[in-house]
Design a protein around this ligand. Structure first.
Ligand code: ZN
Length: 178
């Protein structure tokens, strides 16, 4: 049984309310984004936080790794799962400086990450409301419900310094059917 999902941009209950630590962990992700930039990658950084501590972080690295799946989120999820000894990460939050793409949003669902906090919206390929709204796909298993928070306008993800001004957008992956 699935509950209704929110259409793009529609008001919705705040399922992923801000937490005091969000800005702190986003700063950690920004540091990783700058590292990616120094290495000639698209500047994106991600950290996975479980029970209030960072268990893994990664910067974007598909070029250097010659890996089309080498996005910051995927690399951070892999490291977090290895560190925690579990392929699922219930109760964890992923902080990422740029809105996840469809591949990464799908991985977040498979990992059962509970919250996603992202910096800049990505109107080109963002899957959490920027270009698509993955949460509309009611047939996805488990069913999803999402909330796009923050009032940030989409920004070009060209340079990491833009991310400092980006809104903290949030999405919530339903805990149902776990
Ligand atoms: Zn991605």
């Amino acid at each position: 049984m699935s509950r209704p999902v929110d259409p793009p941009g529609a008001p919705s209950p705040d399922l992923a309310p801000p937490r005091a630590e969000d800005a702190l962990f986003m700063r950690r992700a920004l540091g990783l984004a700058r590292r990616a930039e120094r290495r000639g990658e698209v500047p994106v950084g991600a950290v996975v936080v479980c029970a209030g501590r960072v268990v893994a972080g990664a910067h974007n690295g598909p070029i250097g790794a010659r890996d089309p799946t080498g996005h910051a989120e995927i690399r951070a999820l892999r490291r977090a799962a290895a560190r925690l000894g579990n392929y699922r990460l219930p109760g964890c939050t992923l902080y990422v400086t740029l809105e996840p793409c469809t591949m990464c949003a799908g991985a977040l669902v498979h990992a059962r990450v509970e919250r996603v906090v992202f910096g800049a919206a990505d109107p080109k390929s963002g899957a959490l409301g920027g270009a698509y709204w993955l949460f509309d796909q009611a047939r996805l298993q488990p069913p999803l419900r999402g909330h796009r928070g923050g009032a940030g306008r989409p920004r070009r993800p060209a340079v990491a310094r833009l991310f400092r001004r980006a809104a903290l957008n949030r999405a919530f992956i339903s805990a149902r059917n776990r």
